[in-house]
Write a protein that binds this ligand. Structure first.
Ligand SMILES: *Cc1c(COP(=O)(O)O)cnc(C)c1O
Length: 371
């Protein structure tokens, strides 16, 4: 029968009437950039995350870049982050001219290992960029305590974690500013690219907004070299229809994860994700770890033969990527936990609306390959 990794068509069918009406309204108005729908979405996301401000932009990568640029992070600065994330996290550090410094991850959660953070701080360290990977928050309290003691800025890469909580607070409200992505496959996705910044810092929000709009304070007057990073009105309209459903979708992802926990408990040769008590994860991806790259390959091949969606997250840790060869003075660190995940950690289908029967089909394929 087959099971997709993510079923976006089902999500469209569920909300077709509302989505088509919202899209139709934007087309009728023929006002495609900015306007009240983008402002409304910003207010809704700020309220959802529990921050004073939200600034929409073109994608999650730009959200990260705009935060860094607005904070004046640049040449000579070091930014500490995780090697186990999507490439955009580190790209934005390099693009503002700063140097990425990697700290290894903890096994199980795949999040940055906060206990190793302090050893990576130097006089040049300016900021820490934790990523709430796969939808589970980083242990922020000890991280923030270290940052405070060393006078460092903390920025959340919350692109995979919209709706996730840490000690009762939502991702996006846990540090100086946060970046979210509305890429279609994210937990809250639009029909193309989109992103947003959340922050309590009014000045930072204003600077990021200005940089996202060509450094413009008044039309055709520019007091900064910014860029063009706006969220389309159509995308804002679509996201406003979807946002009220996000908590339910995230709850369905958590329920699906619990079913995998039950069906796969005690299965030898497969490590299930470790979950922390301090908050609720949103399972952007349900990641399992095989005993070797060969075993992962074997299981994934068996899944694909049954028409089951899967992919490696991630095939290669970031500090091992070729692009670093172009970075002056770069010395590749040794990060054994992240390296132990190379080509071994992969996703099982885990999306809103997945049925128990579908999950049983996935588990049967996985168990079959494990022998
Ligand atoms: C998706 C993602 C991004 C980038 O978002 P885009 O909207 O694709 O630019 C950044 N960081 C992480 C962790 C992501 O998952």
């Amino acid at each position: 029968m087959g099971v997709p990794l993510l079923d976006l068509k089902a999500q469209y069918r569920e909300l077709k009437t509302e989505l088509d009406a919202a899209i139709g309204e934007v087309m009728e108005n023929a006002s495609f950039i900015g306007g009240p729908k983008v402002a409304a979405l910003e207010a809704e996301i700020a309220s959802y995350c529990g921050t004073a401000h939200a600034v929409a932009c073109a994608n999650g990568t730009d959200a990260l870049f705009l935060i860094m640029a607005a904070l004046g992070i640049g040449k000579g600065d070091e930014v500490i982050t995780t090697p186990f994330t999507f490439w955009a996290t580190v790209e934005c550090i390099a693009h503002v001219g700063a140097t990425p410094v990697f700290v290894d991850i903890e096994p199980g959660t795949y999040n940055i290992d906060v206990s190793q953070l302090e050893a990576a701080i130097t006089p040049r360290t300016k900021a820490i960029l934790p990523v709430h990977i796969f939808g589970q928050c980083v242990d922020m309290d000890p991280l923030l305590e270290i940052a405070e003691r060393h006078g460092l800025i903390v920025i959340e890469d919350a692109c995979q974690a919209i709706g996730a909580t840490y000690k009762g607070k939502r991702a996006g409200s846990l540090a100086r500013a946060a970046a979210f992505s509305f890429f279609p496959s994210k937990n809250l996705g639009c029909a193309g690219d989109g992103g947003i910044i959340t922050t309590d810092d009014a000045e930072l929000a204003a600077r990021a907004r200005k940089l996202a709009s060509h450094g413009t304070s008044k039309k055709y007057y520019h007091d900064a070299f910014g860029t063009n990073s706006r969220l389309d009105t159509l995308q804002a309209a679509i996201l406003s229809v979807k946002l009220p459903h996000l908590d339910r979708w995230n709850a369905e992802r958590r329920a699906a994860a619990a079913v995998y926990g039950e069906l796969l408990s005690g299965v030898a040769g497969l490590e299930l994700p470790a979950m922390r008590e301090y908050g609720e994860a949103v399972y952007h991806l349900f990641i399992v770890k095989a005993e070797s790259a060969e075993a992962a390959e074997r299981i994934m091949t068996a899944m694909k033969e049954e028409g089951i969606g899967t992919a490696l997250y991630y095939p290669v840790a970031l500090h091992e990527q070729d692009a670093f060869a172009t970075l002056e003075g770069w010395v590749r660190p040794s990060l054994p936990v992240a390296e132990s995940c190379d080509a071994r950690t992969f996703a099982l289908p885990c999306f809103p609306g997945i049925t128990r029967a579908q999950q049983e089909e996935v588990v049967a394929a996985v168990k079959g390959a494990l022998g």
